[in-house]
Design a protein around this ligand. Structure first.
Ligand SMILES: [Zn+2]
Length: 361
């Protein structure tokens, strides 16, 4: 059996190993993608660190990773509408297809989905087998780095576009990669003021490159002061909680305009005390967001990237996969935006050769 390199969690403890594992083949209705680039998600760092969530969720051995771009190299039986050699990324949540939400077309609300790189084999590998329905073929003109982060960009797009943004004032708590991506999205979608908060100067400076009105370090300033600086009267219309920090959500609720709407994407583990009095008397709406809408989010983010949404300032580091330990250390440090891992197919220049015949570059 052919073998490939993959980043594997091979024991119930910290770390990942670059190992030789069997190359997957395309079952009926599946394709195999030769991976070019992948990106490290916060989830991957949790998996690497083997935190409480990882211990509770994963079974080993597991190939990690779910943010990827590559080329289709094998089509399984019954696959139609996709072609060998096509550049593609894809949705990492594999849904059941049978539950009420799946059958109603609300696949992102499937209660039985599995996730590549967490509860199914992941993308940190030279080859990835994926159901054809999960594959999202992409425009060759979009940079590979941008395509490699379509999954987290999709989280940001799904959260942001859950609300009317045109002319609205938006508060984003958390300037990690997804918060920064959300800032660029809401700006592109026509928001007026975009304020982002964090305690990490590296991340706040990336947010500034993504087009925020103000990047607020909450160790020394507050969202209320940002409102004064910007001349805002009534509070924020839309709040995007991207930090998973309980204090951040409390501070957000305190500065929302009456009738304001909050999207919760950051993982607030366990119980979070909030002032429900403000939610009730302020008529606030809090909405949990998970994953991406299949596939309207993918359509919208592609269209926005094609119409000028530039997310590249959030990508700060590139490493060949052999240097994954250093890549994870940087991702864990907080002194980075998105960290890209480049796989042999991208490093060998094969992709460049394959991209020529299309003509337009
Ligand atoms: Zn389902």
């Amino acid at each position: 059996m052919e073998s490939m390199l993959a980043l594997v969690k091979n024991h119930r403890g910290a770390g990942l190993a670059l190992e030789s594992v069997p190359v997957p083949s395309a079952g009926a209705g599946e394709v195999v993608i030769r991976v070019l680039k992948t990106a490290i998600c916060g989830t991957d760092v949790h998996i690497y660190e083997w935190d409480e969530w990882a211990q509770r969720t994963l079974s080993v051995p597991l190939i990690a990773g779910h943010e990827f771009v590559g080329r289709i190299v094998e089509l399984g039986d019954g696959v139609r509408g996709l072609e060998l050699g096509e550049l593609a990324t894809g949705e990492g949540h594999i849904v059941c297809g049978h539950c009420r939400n799946c059958r109603a077309g609300r696949r992102h609300l499937c209660a039985h989905s599995v996730s590549i790189g967490a509860t199914a084999p992941g993308a940190f590998a030279e080859y990835l087998a994926l159901p054809a329905v999960n594959v999202w073929p992409v425009d060759e003109r979009i940079p590979l780095d941008t395509l490699a982060i379509f999954d987290p960009l999709g989280n940001a797009v799904h959260t942001a576009l859950s609300f009317d943004l045109v002319g609205e004032d938006v508060l984003i708590t958390g300037a990690g990669p997804v918060g920064c991506l959300a800032a660029a999205v809401v700006r592109h979608a026509g928001a007026r003021h975009v304020v982002i908060t964090d305690v990490n100067p590296t991340r706040l400076s990336i947010a500034e490159k993504m087009g925020v009105s103000l990047a607020v370090d909450v160790r020394t300033a507050s969202p209320a002061e940002a409102m004064t600086t910007l001349g805002m009267q009534e509070g924020f219309d839309v709040g995007l909680e991207m930090s998973g920090n309980k204090d951040a959500l409390r501070s957000m609720i305190a500065v929302m305009a009456h009738g304001g709407r909050i999207g919760l994407l950051g993982f607030l583990e366990g119980e979070t005390p909030v002032e429900l009095e403000r939610v009730i008397f302020g008529g606030l709406t809090l909405t949990g967001i998970y994953g991406r809408e299949m596939f309207e989010t993918w359509y919208k983010m592609t269209a926005m990237v094609e119409s000028g949404l530039d997310v590249t300032p959030v990508i700060t580091h590139h490493f060949p996969v052999a240097e994954y330990e250093e890549a994870f250390a940087i991702a864990h440090s907080g002194h980075s935006g998105k960290v890209i891992l480049e796989w042999p197919a991208a490093l060998g220049g094969e992709d460049r050769e394959q991209r020529q015949p299309g003509g337009e570059t």
